[in-house]
Ligand binder design. Structure first.
Ligand SMILES: Nc1ncnc2c1ncn2[C@@H]1O[C@H](COP(=O)(O)OP(=O)(O)OP(=O)(O)O)[C@@H](O)[C@H]1O
Ligand SMILES: [Mg+2]
Length: 385
């Protein structure tokens, strides 16, 4: 069935008017070609993707099986699926909505035999990976002091996500430790294959290897996924970027939403460049900005803006809200980490007593894990769970 014939005037869907603001509506209705949606936190990015899927289905622009929607968490995927189900009932079976890892695992199970696995291959989580690495290090007579398994796991993961195979790693090493890691990497990959197992990184890179080896398989998926949508695009790493590029090559209906101000996965290889370069990779892409924030009060947005406007690598945007100003943001000046923890905990305790808040109203964010201990101790002293 020729898909072009199915295009009719878009349905006047009631929820387009009631549930979306004007900019969101435009983004949802823009269904042809690459689309970049830039938006800050709480501005309805996930909502736009969800409604876009419902819009495509309700207007007959796509069949459920032609939709691929990638998220970073199972929670977001679940919410999306559920919401689409309500907006466009009877149309959700066959859609691929899920995390990168879960969807690529699904794809790999279908194609496993082509790359030497059985469809029931095991997925190794970090713990499994660590115990395999430890046993390899043991076999090589390397102590954990000489070569910490965590470091090895991290370096292997980085290599995989940049498509560096053990051989190539071998060629580029310039110190003894990296030479050893390259060796462990080779054994590790061989052992995984023998065990019919893949680690999390394999789930991302094996589809690309598969596509390179089997062009017809690649074409099947390129053909099939007429519309591809990606949430939190700023958090994609190089492997995910490549996979999307391959999958979207035919129809070019790739719609990504992201916030270049809130990349939180830098440490595991997220490339903020992916979002900054989208316009270069997809010339002529449509671009929308969602600047109305539905979550925070004015003073929070102003404080956040005054900090992030100084970042050089970002697309200019400014969030606003119809919500009230709210309380002023307080900045505390502290002597050191102990002082900081003490003052924050004191403030929390005050809020509990004076403003009758509950513990679930409070969140403490910190920059590195090392900072958490001081906080935990200070909280324990005040008997705050
Ligand atoms: N047009 C709208 N009218 C009313 N509420 C909205 C609208 N758009 C979004 N919201 C609400 O604002 C909140 C944030 O929306 P959503 O989760 O889609 O934003 P997001 O940009 O994906 O946030 P995050 O940065 O956390 O991923 C949700 O509760 C959503 O229901
Ligand atoms: Mg979101």
């Amino acid at each position: 069935m020729a898909k072009a014939e199915k295009k009719t005037a878009p349905l006047a869907l009631e929820w387009m008017q009631t549930d979306l603001n004007e900019e969101q509506r435009k983004a949802v209705g823009c269904t042809d070609g690459p689309v970049l949606i830039l938006a800050g936190a709480g501005s309805g990015k996930t909502r736009v993707l969800t409604y876009r899927i419902a819009y495509l289905l309700a207007n007959g622009l796509a069949e459920p099986r032609e939709i691929l929607a990638m998220t970073f968490t199972n929670k977001a995927a679940g919410e999306m699926r559920e919401r689409v189900g309500r907006l466009a009932p009877h149309l959700i079976t066959g859609m691929w909505i899920g995390t990168f890892h879960s969807l690529f695992a699904r794809l790999l199970r279908r194609e496993a035999e082509r790359i030497g696995y059985t469809p029931a291959f095991t997925i190794y989580d970090e713990e499994d990976q660590q115990s395999l690495l430890k046993s390899i290090l043991l076999d090589m007579n390397l102590s954990v002091q000489q070569l910490p398994p965590r470091l090895v796991g991290y370096k292997i993961s980085m290599a995989k996500n940049n498509f560096v195979r053990p051989d190539e790693m071998d060629k580029t090493v310039d110190n003894e430790q990296d030479a050893l890691i390259a060796k462990v990497y080779r054994t590790y990959d061989r052992r995984l294959a023998e065990l019919n197992a893949m680690d999390f990184d394999d789930l991302l890179i094996k589809p690309i290897e598969l596509f390179e080896l089997f062009p017809l398989v690649k074409e099947y998926y390129q053909d099939r996924f007429r519309y591809i949508m990606v949430d939190e695009y700023q958090d994609t790493n190089y492997a995910q970027y490549r996979a999307l590029q391959l999958l979207a090559a035919k129809h070019r209906n790739l719609c990504v939403v992201g916030d270049d101000d809130q990349s939180i996965y830098r440490w595991r290889g997220a490339e903020i460049r992916n979002i900054l370069d989208f316009e270069k990779d997809y010339p002529g892409c449509a671009k929308y900005r969602l600047e109305q924030n539905y979550r925070s009060v004015k003073n929070i947005l102003a404080a956040a803006h005054s900090v992030i406007k100084n970042n050089r690598q970002r697309h200019a945007k400014k969030l606003w809200t119809e919500r009230p100003s709210g309380d002023l943001v307080t900045i505390l000046k502290v002597e050191d980490d102990l002082d900081e923890a003490r003052m924050i905990v004191h403030k929390i305790a005050m809020e509990m007593r004076v403003a009758e808040r509950t513990f679930s109203d409070v969140a403490v964010l910190y920059r590195t894990n090392a900072q958490s201990r001081v906080f935990e101790e200070a909280l324990r002293r005040e008997r705050i769970p």
